[in-house]
Design a protein around this ligand. Structure first.
Ligand SMILES: C[S@@+](CC[C@H](N)C(=O)[O-])C[C@H]1O[C@@H](n2cnc3c(N)ncnc32)[C@H](O)[C@@H]1O
Length: 207
């Protein structure tokens, strides 16, 4: 997930990771199909889907069996785990995937292409380069950037949702799921914990 360069720790949310690349591929089985994911040093989650992200995407799909034409954002996409599974499940959605990390963005583009999918994949710090509004935003938040920045990101998500739009989040109880839920209640119309498993909460916040 992180790497050491010149004695300093580098985090997965660096804009331009300096840690040496060591790109590899893993296979992920999803509903009887094999999805290929390239991953690399300097990008979140090495060699397998993150457990929280898996719970988020599986819960989202279970609760939304049929989506078409909706605008969906996979914010902080990393190498594209959530976005690729979304597009595989709902071929007709308009999918945007974004990350602050240039290496993550390149991997997400590769993973969309190598699984014969299409999406808009772009580098953006939050919504810096994203002007449109969405029906759904999915986020496994970058807890390591600190509470203030994560909360700013949640605020920006609210601004970039259409009326009635939904923000879907995964957060661990030990990383402040309950206080994050309370914070979201201060500006979202409805906030619900739709799933709880192994210390993870899936929160749905409706605008
Ligand atoms: C916990 S990881 C989740 C990655 C991916 N969605 C997954 O499930 O494997 C959070 C991601 O948010 C990205 N990130 C951090 N700060 C960001 C920001 N300000 N704007 C966009 N992405 C950011 C990180 O680079 C990282 O890829």
């Amino acid at each position: 997930m992180d790497g050491k360069i010149g004695g300093k720790m580098e985090h997965y949310f660096s804009k331009n990771p300096g840690v040496k690349s060591n790109k590899k591929t893993f296979e992920y089985q999803f509903r009887g199909e094999t999805i290929l994911f390239n991953y690399d040093h300097g990008v979140f989650s090495m060699g397998k889907g993150d457990r929280g992200s898996e719970l988020l995407i599986h819960t989202f799909i279970d609760k939304n069996p049929c989506l078409k034409d909706q605008e969906i954002l996979d914010l902080g996409t990393g190498y594209g785990f959530i976005g690729v599974i979304l597009k595989k499940t709902y071929p007709h959605i308009n999918l945007t995937m974004s990350d602050i990390n240039s290496r993550a963005v390149e991997l997400a583009k590769e993973n969309i292409e190598q699984n014969s999918l299409t999406a808009t994949v772009l580098q953006s710090d939050g919504f810096e380069h994203i002007s449109k509004s969405f029906h759904y935003i999915l986020l496994n938040p970058p807890i390591r950037v600190g509470k203030e920045k994560v909360y700013q990101l949640l605020n920006s998500c609210h601004q970039h949702l259409l009326s009635g739009g939904e923000l879907w989040l995964v957060v661990r109880v030990k990383q402040g799921a309950k206080s994050m839920g309370k914070y979201l209640q201060s500006f979202f119309k409805g906030v619900e914990t739709v799933e709880r498993e192994a210390g993870y909460h899936i929160i749905k916040a409706t605008k």
